[in-house]
Ligand binder design. Structure first.
Ligand SMILES: NC(=O)c1ccc[n+]([C@@H]2O[C@H](COP(=O)([O-])OP(=O)(O)OC[C@H]3O[C@@H](n4cnc5c(N)ncnc54)[C@H](OP(=O)(O)O)[C@@H]3O)[C@@H](O)[C@H]2O)c1
Length: 280
């Protein structure tokens, strides 16, 4: 696999997922449309949205405004856990497509686990949505090792990824190993730790040695492990910065130093955010 351009990709069970995507959480309205359009013009070929972000309409508009052919862009969206009852899930998936003004998405994810609804029922509905042609690929997000095992057993279609919080300040090695075991891609959300990477001294120091910023080193650390990154920015000038992570490499020593930044409590996204009781 080549990692020399922003369109480098990983392959997972037949899905080809661009290693760099644009995150869009908290991007709204015209600003969202503009950033999506600019990102695609700059060479991004993957955009991440979700029904809960309330910006699917703007993501679709940005895609059309960019002039890039639909077939060249990988669009992911996610279903919110309140829509996991089987008939609800199919309806929610159709609603996403209406807002995006697309006939199918490239990847449809379960946004968070929902222990109130049997996983097998939700996965049955998700697999049917895929078979009905609404999503080319399906996957999960925020699934623990135990839930990945359950999901893989219950799904009749391949689950191509688990989208998880992943950056140097959090040890996700167990979940990543489970994904690899099941040939699922790992998609890193909050890949620059919601901006925290910028202020880290080690990332800055390594960056200076490569004439790169701390954020670029942080993203490089992930893509060098074939982890897909979906950094979000509202600033057009940062789109190029975040994309320029394929023209340099980190040494084994640098990779190990960065990995050692992980700390217990390094998680940034609070799982209570999704009303998390006990998942496993
Ligand atoms: N599946 C899930 O449950 C889940 C959860 C969270 C996020 N996500 C997805 O993952 C995407 C990315 O995660 P995220 O938005 O939480 O965090 P992130 O991408 O790690 O960080 C975004 C923050 O970093 C800043 N930033 C961006 N580029 C920068 C750079 N080069 N230097 C310094 N600061 C920079 C942005 O500010 P500016 O806007 O000012 O540039 C923003 O405040 C989301 O947008 C969403 O699509 C999914």
């Amino acid at each position: 696999m080549s990692t020399s351009t922003p369109v480098a990709s990983v392959e997972a069970q037949g899905a080809r997922i661009p290693l760099l995507g644009l995150g869009t959480w908290e991007l709204r309205g015209r600003a969202c449309t503009r950033v999506v359009e600019q990102a695609l013009r700059l060479g991004y070929r993957h955009v991440d949205t979700a029904e809960i972000y309330e910006n699917e309409r703007e993501v679709g508009e940005g895609l059309r405004a960019s002039g890039i052919k639909r077939g060249e862009v990988f669009i992911t969206t996610k279903i919110w856990p309140t829509h996991y009852a089987p008939h609800e899930l199919a309806r929610a998936a159709r609603d996403c497509l209406v807002r995006l003004r697309l006939s199918e998405v490239d990847l449809l994810l379960l946004h968070w686990p929902n222990p109130q609804i049997p996983l097998s029922e939700t996965l049955g509905a998700l697999c049917k949505v895929k078979r009905d042609g609404l999503a080319r690929n399906i996957g999960v997000s925020n699934f623990t090792v135990a839930l990945i095992e359950q999901a893989v057993r219950a799904a009749s279609e391949p689950l191509v990824c688990n989208q998880i919080e992943c950056h140097p300040f959090l040890d996700q090695s167990k979940v990543i190993a489970a994904c690899r075991r099941h040939h699922m891609a790992v998609v890193a959300y909050s890949p620059i730790a919601r901006g925290k990477a910028r202020d880290d001294e080690l990332l800055q120091r390594i960056g200076a040695a490569h004439k790169k910023t701390a954020a670029q080193v942080c993203l490089r650390f992930l893509v060098q492990q074939d982890i897909v990154v979906i950094p979000r920015t509202s600033k057009v000038e940062r789109l190029s910065e975040n994309a320029a992570t394929f023209d340099f490499g980190l040494s084994e020593t640098e990779m190990a130093q960065i990995a050692a930044l992980a700390r217990p409590g390094g998680r940034i996204i609070d799982w209570a955010f999704a009303g998390r009781p006990q998942w496993d």
